[in-house]
Design a protein around this ligand. Structure first.
Ligand code: ADP
Length: 445
């Protein structure tokens, strides 16, 4: 991070420095050249007048260290040049300033004579046709740059040093308060955050932190439920096993009278059946626990499902002397058929189990606009109001002995609840002790 910041600052400083120097150099050099040209122009006027008045004698007396003065004929032959003895030699007439003088009486130009030097030229035609030329030598912009280069290098080094010290101190200064902050402090409304800019980040961290805590609590809760469930399931399985092994032992040792053997065998079979039902329910429930992810949803007719469930419960109903009926109409929902079947089956089985002989159980499937409604009505023993919340818990039974007597496992309504949840369905129960119960499951379409 330090290195990155250092390079960024250093690059920026150098860029600014170079741009400023270049800008200033170009502006001031142009200005300087212009001023020199103005001076040269004035000088040319003076010399012109001097020559007009005093001819050569004026030139001889002139102190012109800074300028070169060349006096030529209109053919280019040199009449005089200060400081040299070039009389009689020729100068090329095509030079811009001389061309200007020949054409308009006055001309000027500037040229680089070398990388380090620049020349300014003026030429003025005298009334007798001769031409007076003046020139001055200036240092070129590159020469000036070379002259100030030590200052530039010093400034660059200073910028380098400054960038380095900023780059190595700045991150620490920025990060220090971040390392010291606590989420609670920052998210409390009274205190201003360390940096307003990081508020969204802190908010996200806070949300994630809360989510993690929630997930952890949920995990602890489900793990507790699992432990409880395992303990309960083992206990529930142990009881019939004890009964079975007890009866089997009696039979083994010949301690059962010949005529009692069928009734003992029947008891063993009943317990084994209870165990089978229990294991089946546990398997169903564990499948539902995974949220039904690996189960396929398809368009399913809830009415057909209800008919199938009622059909398979016919024997059970007959045995309990219950009249079972299915009413309603074909109602298609996107669902998992085996789960829907479990819902109807368990509700219907309960209705049969907890009804007195001679009563009716009615399954009704209603096809409404946005929902499919399944209701199972019985005229059985009913459920006390205060128990309505608890009956969906695993292994919860209002009357344990009665439930066992009728072959209950305590898991039926748990299966219904989970199955409904997978289908985003809502369950409603209305019940009155001694009068009966209505279980309604409302499926969204
Ligand atoms: P179980 O296997 O014991 O029937 P459930 O989970 O299906 O277990 O039901 C839990 C308890 O709710 C039952 O033990 C019973 O006391 C009560 N219950 C369920 N359905 C009915 C009903 N239709 N009428 C009366 N009580 C019911």
């Amino acid at each position: 991070m330090n290195k990155k910041i250092f390079y960024a600052i250093w690059l920026m400083t150098i860029t600014v420095l170079i741009s400023c120097i270049a800008f200033l150099m170009v502006i001031s050099y142009n200005r300087y050249t212009q001023e020199q040209m103005i001076q040269l122009r004035n000088e040319t006027e003076l010399v012109t007048r001097g020559i007009a008045m005093n001819r050569e004698s004026y030139l001889k007396d002139l102190d012109t260290e800074n300028f070169r003065i060349t006096w030529i004929t209109s053919e280019g032959r040199i009449l005089y040049e200060n400081g040299t003895d070039v009389e009689g030699m020729e100068v090329p007439l095509e030079q811009e300033e001389i061309q200007g003088a020949l054409a308009n009486g006055y001309g000027e130009s500037s040229r680089y004579s070398s990388v380090s030097e620049k020349q300014l030229y003026t030429a003025r035609k005298l009334p007798d046709g001769t031409i007076i030329c003046l020139s001055v030598t200036l240092a070129s912009i590159w020469a000036l740059l070379a002259r100030i280069s030590p200052v530039i290098i010093a400034a660059a080094l200073a910028a380098w040093w400054l960038s380095r010290s900023i780059a190595f101190k700045l991150p620490k200064k920025i990060v220090e308060p971040l390392n010291d902050l606590t989420l609670e402090e920052q998210m409390s409304t009274e205190k201003a955050p360390v940096y307003e800019e990081i508020r969204p980040l802190l908010k996200r961290l806070d949300d994630q932190y809360k989510q993690i805590q929630k997930d952890r609590e949920e995990l602890e809760r489900t793990s507790l439920i699992r432990q409880e469930f395992t303990a309960n399931a083992s206990h529930e399985l142990k009881t019939p096993l004890h009964v079975i092994s007890g009866y089997a032992e009696l039979l083994e040792h010949g301690m059962v009278k010949e005529e009692d053997i069928p009734s003992f065998a029947g008891k063993i079979r009943a317990e084994a059946q209870r165990m089978t039902k229990l294991v089946e329910d546990i398997i169903d429930l564990s499948k539902l626990d995974s949220g039904g992810k690996d189960m396929n949803r398809e368009n399913t007719d809830l009415y057909r499902i209800a008919q199938n469930a009622a059909e398979s419960l016919e024997a059970e109903a007959e045995q309990n002397q219950i009249r079972l009926s299915v009413e309603g109409e074909n109602t298609i929902i996107a669902g998992i058929p085996q789960v829907l079947y479990s819902i109807v089956y368990n509700l219907c089985l309960n209705a049969i189990k907890y009804s007195d002989p001679g009563n009716d159980v009615r399954i009704l499937v209603e096809n409404r606009d946005n929902e499919a409604v399944l209701s199972v009505t019985d005229h059985g023993i009913g459920i006390p109001q205060e128990e309505l919340d608890r009956i969906f818990e695993r292994f919860y039974r209002i009357d344990k002995s009665h439930s066992k007597e009728v072959g209950g496992t305590g898991l039926g309504l748990s299966i219904v609840k989970h199955g409904a949840k997978i289908h985003d369905a809502e369950i409603k129960v209305s019940s009155e002790v001694g009068k009966g119960s209505v279980f309604t499951v409302i499926f969204p379409k």
